[in-house]
Design a protein around this ligand. Structure first.
Ligand SMILES: Nc1ncnc2c1ncn2[C@@H]1O[C@H](COP(=O)(O)OP(=O)(O)OP(=O)(O)O)[C@@H](O)[C@H]1O
Ligand SMILES: [Mg+2]
Length: 362
């Protein structure tokens, strides 16, 4: 889908807004603190039921207010919206006139990805962010994943409780067995997804880093010793896990690593190249979501100017065109986005000023 109209009320510093977006390309410029990231955050919130900058949803309501609303009308005129009332502790979700309670309902209808200046630091900083990235794609393309993951997490919790409380070995064996079964099921889905992802990624990395693309290799680490059954690993680790009180191997510990000439890319690519690399990963995932889920995802790029030179921005421009999804890009000023602006008039430009969003006419 794409957002045809975005309506917000008391979201961060944006008191009220009604913005008609372009179905493909949108630029948002404005000074520091004007509300650009807040605008993206409102769309991100609809897709994820959370923010990319805070875990406290109260922070999203305008200072002094206890309620906020975000809603969109999509390209087919369907309205999706959330209102959060912190005083009443109520969340109201409406999709096409129907009411829902769970924010996860929204994620079924709208797939949103964001890239910020921080996201590549997070991505290369540790496995947690990489796991989140992969599983977001998996969630959108493999509908059984969500349930499989929930079942696995429940068994993991039980097994950890067993390790902590020193459950008898017989009872522990029951949880070992269940844990290995669920871990294998999740791992199988993920392995299949990563295979598809690899193929899509090879297309986008060629576009973004044409000079080094052929030397990049994606390595999927399943979360326990490769080519070994998880049960064997668990049995060998029994003493250690009992001492620690939690499960150290399993599909929850998976990782994806990217190597350039057999060493991690993050130790070799420049900051700008790392950003292009992350863009290629994100584009690959979005395209896969579109192909397999038949939902057109939305890409948000916050503060595009940071780290990308003109040549890199042109590569990005070319990739955005090929992506053919709705994209919203923010920048401090026009100069930062100039290499991204197409020569045709097939885009919209907005200016944010003190929490107010204006469409600019060229
Ligand atoms: N809950 C809130 N209510 C009102 N204002 C808020 C709230 N949370 C943050 N702000 C303020 O909103 C303003 C806009 O923040 P935002 O992060 O969207 O700016 P930005 O345009 O992305 O700036 P930058 O270019 O520095 O990234 C900031 O001045 C911030 O302090
Ligand atoms: Mg910002």
């Amino acid at each position: 889908m794409s957002v045809a109209r975005l309506i917000t009320h008391n979201f961060r510093n944006i008191e009220g807004s009604k913005t008609d977006l372009h179905e493909n390309l949108n630029f948002v410029i404005g000074d520091n603190g004007s509300g650009k990231s807040s605008l993206l955050e409102s769309i991100f919130f609809l897709g994820h039921g959370k923010s990319f900058r805070t875990t406290k949803l109260e922070n999203l309501a305008k200072h002094g207010q206890t309620k906020f609303v975000v809603s969109v009308k999509d390209n087919l005129d369907t309205q999706l919206g959330v209102s959060k009332d912190f005083l009443e502790n109520q969340t109201e979700i409406k999709i096409g006139g129907e009411k829902f309670n769970k924010l996860s309902e929204l994620a079924k209808n709208i797939a949103v990805q964001i890239i910020t200046p921080e996201s590549f630091k997070l991505f290369f900083g540790g496995p947690k962010e990489r796991r989140k990235f992969v599983d977001l794609g998996l969630f959108h393309v493999e509908h059984s994943f969500s349930q499989e993951w929930k079942d696995f997490s429940r068994v993991l919790k039980q097994r950890n409780a067993g390790l902590r409380t020193g459950l008898s070995i017989d009872k522990m064996k029951y949880w070992d067995e269940a844990f290995c079964n669920h871990s294998d099921r999740v791992s199988k889905l993920r392995g299949e997804y990563i295979e598809k992802f690899k193929q899509e990624f090879s297309i986008w990395i060629k576009l973004m880093l044409p000079n080094i693309e052929s030397d990049i290799e994606l390595q999927y680490l399943q979360g326990w010793k490769q080519n070994t059954s998880l049960m064997n690993v668990i049995e060998n680790n029994r003493e250690r896990e009992l001492a620690l009180g939690y499960t150290t191997s399993g599909t929850h510990k998976f990782d994806v690593r990217f190597n350039l000439n057999r060493s991690p890319v993050e130790s070799q690519l420049s900051r700008g190249q790392q950003k292009l690399f992350l863009l290629a990963l994100t584009f690959a995932q979005l395209k896969l979501i579109e192909k397999l889920n038949r939902v057109k995802p939305i890409l948000l790029i916050d503060d595009v100017g940071a780290e990308l030179d003109t040549q890199s921005r042109m590569l990005l421009n070319n990739a955005i065109e090929k992506l053919n999804c709705q994209v919203i890009v923010t920048a401090i000023d026009k100069a930062a986005i100039l290499p991204l602006v197409p020569t045709n008039n097939n885009y919209k430009m907005f200016h944010v000023k003190h929490g107010k969003i204006f469409e600019m006419s060229e």
